[in-house]
Ligand binder design. Structure first.
Ligand SMILES: Nc1ncnc2c1ncn2[C@@H]1O[C@H](COP(=O)(O)OP(=O)(O)OP(=O)(O)O)[C@@H](O)[C@H]1O
Ligand SMILES: [Mg+2]
Length: 226
């Protein structure tokens, strides 16, 4: 069963002779519970694809359906709520809120919804990510890898059906990187979360069920590895 479908997704930046086609008619579907890696050279359109699929930016052309909702039909406010509840997003450059401490950054999606956090789940998550002694710290007081782990915790706190992660282990050492990957695999297997992960690391890509390769904004290869 599919959870996400996009058709002829195209994104251009700029205009006239300076026009850049970051995504060029990309169509793909993701099955519920699948684990997919997206690879490709720098500038090939990976982050652009992720931002479109996660509804943080609108495509120039094409459609995106998540759980049968055409996200282009949502107003900005509806989209923000939809994203917060359904999609966990880990950006390439963390996007933490500088004025909130670690605990609040992680719980932000839940706090914005006016819900009560599940403390047991929160504790388990911060322990696994090695953040339990940093909860009252602010993002500027953290290392790059710690900030990245806060961003991952925030994306997982809601157990979103769809997790989109842009180089989630890009700033981590091998040990932290392996642990983070295991956490993503566990969420994928235990909670049937669908994971789409961008990576430059071949070892990580090979752990996915499927590897999509982008080149100049196009899918040039789409392989099932398992
Ligand atoms: N806001 C923007 N304005 C203009 N061009 C942009 C913008 N964002 C991205 N681009 C261009 O779109 C193309 C794709 O960028 P994108 O960030 O998706 O690449 P990427 O595959 O994620 O690369 P990296 O591996 O370096 O993160 C690049 O040529 C980039 O310069
Ligand atoms: Mg990128």
């Amino acid at each position: 069963m599919e959870i996400l479908r996009c058709t002829n997704l195209t994104k251009t930046y700029g205009q006239g002779s300076g026009i850049i086609t970051a995504l060029d008619h990309v169509s793909l579907t993701l099955d519920r519970g699948s684990f997919t890696a997206v690879v490709g050279a720098s500038g090939s359109g990976k982050s652009t694809l992720l931002h479109m699929l996660g509804g943080v930016d609108r495509p120039t052309k094409g459609n995106i359906y998540i759980e049968d909702t055409d996200i282009s039909t949502l107003t900005l406010e509806q989209l923000a709520i939809f994203r917060r509840r359904k999609v966990g997003l880990v950006y390439q450059f963390y996007n933490l809120i500088p004025t909130l401490n670690v605990r609040k950054n992680i719980l932000l999606p839940i706090l914005l919804d006016g819900e009560k956090p599940d403390e047991a789940r929160f504790e388990k998550l911060v322990n696994t990510l090695g953040l339990s002694d940093r909860l009252t710290h602010y993002p500027r007081e953290l290392s790059g890898g710690q900030q990245q782990r806060v961003a991952i915790a925030r994306s997982l706190i809601y157990q979103p059906a769809l997790l989109l992660a842009d180089e989630p282990t890009g700033n981590l050492d091998r040990k932290n990187s392996n642990e983070t990957l295991e956490l993503l695999q566990l969420s994928n297997q235990q909670y049937k979360q669908t994971v789409l992960l961008i990576t430059h690391d071949e070892k990580i890509a090979l752990k996915a069920d499927r590897i999509i390769t982008l080149e100049d904004g196009k899918i040039v290869s789409d392989e099932v590895t398992k």
